[in-house]
Design a protein around this ligand. Structure first.
Ligand code: SF4
Length: 422
């Protein structure tokens, strides 16, 4: 595939907004992280609101033995009349006695735990010492104060980095793919990259604590998600080096991502392109059907998941959609440099002033808006089709075999709106 990289949107001025925001908190990440880390448990130390958020976001889990829960901070605790450390120790002790399969316990901070300045890092260190049975206890914040919901994954993975052992001296170079991916997607990437000749490939997060990769100066990291700034920084501080690449979204992004990995290991990128011919052809045929529904339609992104720029690049370049505005909560220019170079010229906005952005959206009357749950209903009521950005984290969207499913996530709201208008 020949992929041309034009000056694109990287040269365009970015509209920076610092007003009222409409975003979900980082607790949401637990829903996809717990599926990936199969011997981990997430204990949110929070309020009934946090418990409701988790339960409604993961309603189906009610039928399974859950691997997340909320330790609710009661009114006595908030008034400072209870010894929270003792209560937390009791809750954790009961949990670990009942669930011996847990090997990794995350204490997840929330707005209430941060407001009362509960030191979960200290609690995690204390509980790790007490639980000599090999349960590792770590802490990170999923609080909603000034964050966006994908930051929960970033904070969780960054908390894992200090746990990664150092690579042995003289160990061969290794590839570390960073970002939670469904098992099927991981298997596809692993197969292509190992057939191309990369011998040592690890994934973060790992499925089991015992599989946690080592890290060191010979580790090359390949980000699978664009929202992992803190994790990448923590890995770089351990000596690892990031491979610059766009993200593996759509045929184009996946090809460039795989090729970048090969180049970093001195492997001719044509090898992986050749290996990927069959999945690429399948993806191209499946995307053709979606393209007829999306081509020429306009799309407006509100800032929510931090996936907005790679998604906009995919919709514009592979689905021929028209970009109106691409909003992102944060713009990490370094991690997104390759994406920005490929994005057609468009208004990019960073941060949010929701009323002003809604005014721009209503004035533009886009065919489709990608936004958080809080904005979807009012926009639908105003006759605009919407796609919840959170669905893009719950669905497998990376790689060749998932490209058509990704495109269809955008086709469906347009089809539904067309039916409503008949
Ligand atoms: S925003 Fe804060 S209080 Fe609300 S669910 Fe998230 S962590 Fe809990």
């Amino acid at each position: 595939m020949n992929i041309s990289v034009s000056p694109g949107a990287c040269a365009a001025p970015v509209l920076k907004e610092r007003g009222q925001r409409e975003v979900f908190c980082g607790l949401t990440g637990i829903i996809w992280l717990h599926r990936r880390m199969q011997d981990a448990f997430f204990l949110v130390v929070g309020s009934r609101t946090c418990a409701h958020l988790l339960q409604s976001a993961a309603g189906v889990m009610i039928f399974a033995e859950p691997r997340f829960a909320t330790a609710i901070i009661g009114e006595r605790d908030l008034a400072g009349r209870a010894d929270l450390d003792d209560e937390l120790d009791r809750v954790v002790g009961r949990l670990l006695a009942r669930r011996p399969e847990i090997k990794l316990l995350f204490l997840v901070g929330s707005c209430p735990s941060e407001v009362i300045k509960l030191d979960l890092g200290r609690a995690a260190a204390r509980l790790s010492r007490v639980n000599e049975a090999g349960v590792r206890v770590l802490a990170y914040s999923g609080s909603g104060i000034e964050t966006t919901f994908t930051e929960g994954e970033d904070a969780c993975l960054a908390a894992l980095v200090p746990e990664m052992p150092d690579t042995a001296p003289g160990a061969p170079a290794s590839l570390l793919v960073v970002g939670a991916l469904p098992d099927t997607v991981e298997a596809q990437f692993r197969s292509l990259l190992s057939q191309a000749g990369i011998d040592r490939i690890d994934f973060l997060p790992q499925r089991r604590l015992a599989e946690l990769a080592s890290v060191g100066p010979r580790t090359r990291i390949l980000l699978a998600q664009p929202f992992l700034a803190a994790t990448a920084k923590a890995l770089e501080e351990r000596g690892a080096r990031r491979i610059p690449a766009p993200f593996p979204i759509g045929i184009e992004g996946t090809t460039l991502w795989l090729e970048a990995a090969c180049r970093a290991f001195g492997i001719d990128p044509a090898i992986v392109s050749k290996l990927a011919e069959a999945p690429k052809a399948r993806a191209a045929a499946a995307l053709e059907r979606a393209r007829s529904a999306l081509a020429g339609r306009s799309v407006f992104f509100f800032p929510d998941s931090q996936l907005e720029i790679p998604l906009a690049r995919f919709l514009a370049r592979e689905m021929s959609m028209r970009l109106v505005e691409v909003g992102t909560p944060y713009l990490h220019r370094q991690h997104l440099a390759e994406e920005l170079a490929m994005l057609p010229p468009v208004q990019i906005s960073e941060g949010q002033d929701v009323d002003l952005q809604l005014d721009r959206c209503h004035a533009a009357r886009p065919d489709l808006v990608v936004c958080g749950l809080g904005l979807a209903n009012p926009l639908e009521a105003a006759g605009i089709a919407t796609k919840w950005s959170i669905e893009l984290l719950f669905s497998p969207i990376h790689g060749y075999e998932q490209a058509a499913d990704l495109a269809n996530l955008f086709v469906r709201p347009l089809a539904r709106r067309a039916m409503l208008e008949v």
